[in-house]
Design a protein around this ligand. Sequence first.
Ligand SMILES: Cc1ncc(COP(=O)(O)O)c(C=O)c1O
Length: 391
Amino acid sequence: MDIERLRADTPGVSHRVHLNNAGSGLMPRTVLDAVKDHLDLEARIGGYEAKAQENDRIEAAYSSVARLIGAEKSEIAFVENATVAWQQAFFSQSFKEGDRILVAEVEYAANYVACLQMQKRTGCVIEVIPNDESGAIDCEALEQMLNERVKLIAITWIPTNGGLVNPATGVGRIARAHGIPYLLDACQAPGQMPVNVEELGCDFLSATGRKFMRGPRGTGFLYVRSKMLEHLEPYMLDLHGAVWTGPKTYEMRSDARRFETWESALALHLGLGAAADYALQIGLEAIQKRVLMLADRLRVDLNEIPGVSVQDIGAQQCAIVTFSHENIEADIIKAAMSAENINISVSKPPSTLLDSQARSLPDLVRVSPHYYNSEDEVETFLSALRRVISR
Ligand SMILES: Cc1ncc(COP(=O)(O)O)c(C=O)c1O
């Protein structure tokens, strides 16, 4: 991997040390250009006319995202963010009183709130799959929970609050063997590691564009397995998702775009496609290897700083590194880093409430390197942190 060239492609690296890729990755120039060029075209010739002119490229963006996760183009819908993607899949399921939804302990707040809302509306039950001793989902325990009342397994693969990578493939094997729909929140995965929906065995996968994919903000996508498209009706349908065929009839479109609405930010779709192409060009295995190297280095060095506790759990981990300090609050550390042009973030307990309560977690400092970060940048952060702590 030619880090210098990749950094030269990334305007943001000349201004800041950006270690907040789990929040929002820095866009490479090709992504920025794809968005700006289309906006310019819309301004110059008209929005509908720009769509007609660029239609092939807009279609190609779906193919690129499909390629990134090993799906078919017809299985991809573009939406505004990962939350909308997840909710489109979730609210299209039907639940009755006593039906069971199985979730992970590290479930993201938006997902869990939606489950609570569904519970309030229908009387369905939310149950948390136990963890193994490493803190990851225990697949054997999951298997023992199953019966005919389990109507959905909906887990977060990589949580917002740490380096854990849940065994999403193991969960998929079990879901498939028992014929239970499987919704995977993969928000933090695409762009930092290989993702393949066939291997994962998921029926639905939701993700965002702006994080490790390095796409523009306001983008996300939903994967829907083609088998599901045979019968699944979106909770909300419009004239893009279905054709109005008669006063009492409509016909859903055959592909996953039935989960979209007619109007959307096409410039951002092009940016998302460019981001997928860029990641594919570099190679997801090479990316994963480098981000793990940087994250491991951070964890090893953080562990040696007095008063610091690294808080990442799980046997398999990723490029999200979280820690707390015994005396200094996470917000103070973040502000001190920001004053030195270093971008990191803070993960607060309500974003992953179950896990935070189970582990009595305080606010956590979250540092999330990407492949374009240099070893020097990691060292710059560690030195700044040591200074703040020794003040
Ligand atoms: C695990 C996880 N799921 C879902 C989301 C929501 O993504 P979005 O903000 O794109 O809706 C996030 C965002 O941080 C996340 O970390």
